[in-house]
Design a protein around this ligand. Structure first.
Ligand code: NAD
Length: 246
């Protein structure tokens, strides 16, 4: 499905990013695994892809750092010669009630989730414009659509990702570059493992399909949005949430 395509996935050493990297590789894309801190995990994803017969490389970059993103993307373009797919998956939470939320916790979530997404799009789009084609896929969240108590920073960042996606979709559409957002609900990863049992039980009650999703549920949609078949879909926010938000 993705033969000859080069896909950058940020924060791909675990969770949803790892699942997207593997699913892209299963569909024959060459995969750029971005990580921030965990080199060993990134290497293990690379090995998994190579074991599938695929091609992958790992690159360290903190996506919240504008200058570092420029260097990262330029190195990828030098090494691979092209970029066809960008998945902005890297994200963090620093949950807390509004009255107790520190400036640092607000800024770091915005810097990683929203500015990090902008940074990567900023430097990849030049190459996609030259290629007159591209697929940009941004991870938003149901929290960005519905809001969530205790997540003012995270909800703001993920709502920002939706606005960013729509602006980019309009700006780049004439060059056949699409931009879409995926809004997962609760997916079983380290991020949701950190939630207490009571929070998880309450969350499940809000999900019509009755359970948390798996990283693969998100990965299948990412691969579809990256494919030729999704060429007429842009500026959309697509939920993978078991019906939680409808
Ligand atoms: P995770 O915490 O398991 O993985 C996030 C990855 O991003 C990690 O590998 C981490 O190292 C990386 N990362 C964090 N900051 C980075 C930075 N500055 N530069 C580069 N990489 C960085 O989380 P996940 O559950 O796999 O979430 C992936 C994405 O999906 C996130 O954007 C998250 O907000 C979003 N999301 C997750 C859920 C869920 O239920 N798990 C729901 C909605 C949205």
């Amino acid at each position: 499905m993705l033969e000859g395509k080069v896909a950058i996935i940020t924060g791909a050493s675990r969770g949803i990013g790892r699942a997207i990297a593997l699913e892209m590789a299963r569909n024959h894309a060459e995969v750029v695994i971005n990580y921030n801190g965990s080199k060993e995990r990134a290497e293990s994803v690379q090995k998994e892809i190579e074991a599938l017969g695929g091609k992958a490389a790992i690159y360290q970059c903190d996506v919240s750092d504008f200058a570092a993103c420029e260097e990262f993307i330029q190195t990828v373009i030098k090494d691979f010669g092209r970029v066809d797919i960008l998945v902005n998956n890297a994200g963090i939470t620093r949950d807390g009630l509004l009255m107790r939320m520190s400036e640092k916790d607000f800024d770091s979530v915005i810097d990683t989730n929203l500015k990090g997404t902008f940074n990567c799009i900023r430097f990849v789009s030049r190459q996609m414009l030259k290629q007159k084609a591209g697929r940009i896929i941004n991870l938003s969240s149901v929290s960005g659509v519905m809001g969530n108590a205790g997540q003012a920073n995270y909800s703001a960042s993920k709502a920002g990702v939706i606005g960013l996606t729509k602006a980019v979709a309009r700006e780049l559409a004439s060059r056949h570059i699409t931009a879409n957002a995926i809004a997962p609900g609760f997916i079983e990863t380290d991020m949701t493992d950190a939630l207490g049992d009571q929070v998880k039980e309450e969350a499940v009650k809000q999900i019509p399909l009755g359970n948390f999703g798996r990283p693969e549920d998100v990965a299948h949609l990412a691969v579809f949005l990256a494919s030729e078949q999704a060429g007429y879909i842009t500026g959309q926010v697509i939920h993978v949430d078991g019906g939680m938000c409808m």
